[in-house]
Design a protein. Structure first.
Length: 243
């Protein structure tokens, strides 16, 4: 299925100077949105796969996408710095250190596929939430995931297609589109069950859940009556003063 990214909230690039506009199409099947991942509860990964009737990571890829995503999501600047520091130590000939195996990845590989998938998806969820709230490091991780899980191809009609390898890649690309458009919001209702949403207008403070709309109207009504009460009290004080 081919979908133009601007229809799915994502036009990747436009060239407007002296050249016709370049539109990139996102070629993928339907799947979870960035909001679905960001609002996911710890125990709902399996339900998410059932809802979309497809696995987060296809088995026919040899779990390459899953492992790649795990490496990006667990990467920290300290890891390469620690390895580089070990290499710079003046070791005696024949005593040079070998690259130690990543214990965290070893433990990850020892788990069954469903547990590996859940761990990666929940890490991705946490990164999305952090990036949603403005964390630049988390945003960098989402960018890496988008780049690692997508390829550009030229279609027969001369259009450029962006082919994603898995659902995390598609969600990462759509997230980058929405954050670039300034459309990401966090619901102002402290009791909202799914606070991360894509706004339809820049001033939107509440998501479209019915309970949150009711909460918003109550706040507006309270502010209105508070202002009205303040005006009445101010007039009353003024009358008393003029007596």
């Amino acid at each position: 299925m081919e979908k133009m990214i601007e229809q799915n909230s994502s036009k990747i690039n436009q060239v407007t100077r002296r050249r016709p506009r370049l539109v990139v199409y996102l070629k993928t099947e339907t799947g979870p949105t960035p909001e679905d991942f960001a609002n996911l509860n710890d125990g709902d990964v399996a339900q998410l796969e059932k809802r979309w009737r497809r696995p987060i990571f296809a088995n026919n890829t040899g779990n390459t996408d899953l492992v790649t995503s795990q490496r990006f999501l667990t990467w920290t600047p300290e890891k390469p710095m620690r390895w580089k520091k070990e290499q710079e130590i003046p070791w005696e000939p024949g005593q040079e250190p070998t690259i130690k195996p990543d214990q965290e990845m070893h433990e990850f590989f020892s788990k069954p596929l469903n547990e590996q998938t859940q761990e990666v998806v929940l890490r991705f969820r946490d990164k999305l939430r952090q990036a949603w709230s403005g964390d630049s490091a988390a945003l960098g991780t989402i960018r890496l995931l988008a780049q690692a899980n997508a390829d550009l191809a030229l279609s027969e009609h001369g259009q450029v297609e962006l082919i994603v390898n898995n659902l995390l890649g598609a969600a990462s690309i759509l997230f980058l589109r929405d954050i670039a458009a300034g459309r990401l919001g966090v619901c102002a209702n402290p009791h909202c069950p799914s606070p991360f949403f894509v706004s339809s207008r820049r001033t939107q403070k509440f998501c479209d859940v019915a309970a949150c709309m009711v909460y918003s109207h109550r706040l507006s009504a309270k502010k209105y009556w508070d202002r009205l009460r303040g005006k009445v009290q101010a007039k009353s004080r003024k009358r008393k003063k003029n007596r």
